[in-house]
Design a protein around this ligand. Structure first.
Ligand SMILES: [Zn+2]
Length: 443
């Protein structure tokens, strides 16, 4: 098994010699950077000057737990107050719509140096699955400088891989034609979009081409999609963790495919109890929070991601001493709450529905009321798929089966015929919730 390239990347940055990364030296570097970032934010950001007033410097990184959290709401309401540079030094602003408050958005600001660090991490991460001379097709938006596809393309040039930037998948047959023309070694794209392409390949047995590796990006990756991509293409599938606030990249799987090794040169991660906000010991599930260690434009201190995960105890089989973050269990915005005891997640649905043949897209609508109703609308290629099979799949989820048997939930399914000229949806997947018992959090 190949050790994650993050070890060598960190050793080079820490000017460390020897055969393996010394974790103590990494933790010492992080403590130094945490204090530097706190000093920088206190000096230059009006928001943090006030928020961090009177707090002592850290003697140990565990003392960071005494510092206040930064929320998505802070980014929405405080915006420019978080900046540590003048606006003229900002080279990229990303505006993110939020699901919490209608019409509100958060803006994340990056300098050129911030973006350079993202490219540097992407280059390291991509070397997990691509070698010099190999060809990579990117199905992510990349037309604008600083966008994720643009930065990824630049990172691939640095590791001497050939890059083709397509943009998000729009019309499936058009994207498939481009694939067949270019025959890349590796694909990067949004999980559901690459599944649609793979299902199209399987249905019409289009070409003998197969990718060597696939990297799934921008949305949570259901295991069901990984399973289907491996079945159809026989390729290695890599998952990574990231969000715009992290500077896009946060961590990437190694060849062990058991958790993400993290971008620990640039980010310090913690897991806290989402209700008490207290730090949790290794192995326990809670909310992932992070502090930027090297961000210039808009440093974030203890930023709440809304993602639920844990650190995996023990060493990675790849031989790295770096800790691993387990795959995100769910995002707070992807939980449907009928009552405190009766919840299910979009991921619960994804894990059973994406295993069905020929899926192009799945929409999940929840209506809260009397009765509560879950309506699944599937767009599929397969003639053999019918509503009954979708309902059977849903009833494999114990919570849904229980809710239905107790008359707390009515399950409905419909199949839409697929129009091959209809563009695929482009945004992150989420529940569409109507009715009046809405209890969905997150941003
Ligand atoms: Zn590993």
């Amino acid at each position: 098994m190949v050790r994650t390239p993050l070890d060598a990347w960190m050793m080079a940055k820490l000017a460390m010699t020897g055969s393996s990364l010394q974790i103590d030296a990494l933790r010492k570097y992080q403590l130094t950077r945490l204090n530097a970032v706190i000093a920088q934010a206190r000096t230059a950001s009006p928001f943090y000057r006030q928020r961090l007033a009177g707090l002592p410097d850290l003697r140990d990184s565990s003392e960071l737990a005494a510092y206040p959290l930064t929320s998505a709401g802070d980014l929405i309401t405080q915006g420019l107050q978080l900046l540590c540079v003048s606006q003229s030094q900002i080279s990229r602003v990303v505006t993110l719509a939020t699901s919490g408050t209608e019409g509100m958005s958060k803006k994340i600001y990056f300098t050129a140096a911030d973006q350079e660090l993202t490219i540097d991490f992407f280059a390291c991460g991509m070397s997990s699955l691509v070698e010099a001379g190999e060809r990579v097709l990117i199905f992510l938006s990349g037309e604008r400088p600083g966008s994720v596809g643009y930065l990824l393309a630049e990172s691939l040039r640095r590791i001497k891989a050939e890059c083709m930037l397509y943009g998000l998948v729009d019309i499936v047959p058009r994207a498939v034609s481009y694939l067949c023309e270019t025959k890349p070694d590796c694909l990067v794209g949004v999980p559901v979009q690459l599944l649609a392409i793979a299902n199209f390949f399987e249905r019409w047995q289009i070409d003998s081409w197969r990718p060597k590796a696939v990297l799934l990006s921008t949305d949570r990756v259901p295991d069901s999609i990984i399973t289907r991509l491996k079945q159809i293409w026989g390729c290695e599938v890599f998952d990574h963790y990231g969000m715009t606030e992290m500077g896009l990249g946060g961590g990437i799987e190694c060849s062990a495919h058991h958790g993400y090794h993290l971008r620990e040169m640039d980010l310090f991660f913690e897991i806290i109890d989402e209700h008490t906000e207290q730090p949790l010991p290794e192995g326990q599930y809670g909310e992932v929070i992070f502090t930027t260690l090297t961000r210039e434009g808009m440093p974030l201190i203890r930023y709440r991601t809304g993602d639920i995960a844990r650190f995996i105890p023990g060493a990675c089989p790849c031989g790295s001493g770096l800790r691993r973050l387990e795959k995100i269990k769910t995002r707070k915005s992807q939980i449907a709450v009928l009552s405190p005891e009766h919840t299910f997640t979009l991921n619960d649905l994804d894990e059973v529905l994406f295993l069905l043949p020929g899926i192009i897209d799945v929409a999940a609508k929840v209506h809260l009321g009397e009765p509560n109703c879950l309506n699944i609308i599937v767009t599929a290629l397969s003639d053999s798929l019918d509503e009954k099979k979708i309902l059977q799949a849903l009833r494999q989820i114990p919570m849904l089966a229980l809710l239905e048997s107790e008359n707390h939930l009515c399950l409905k399914a419909a199949i839409l015929p697929w129009d091959r000229n209809t563009p695929l949806p482009q945004g992150k997947r989420c529940f569409k919730i109507t009715g009046n018992k809405i209890l969905v959090g997150g941003a």
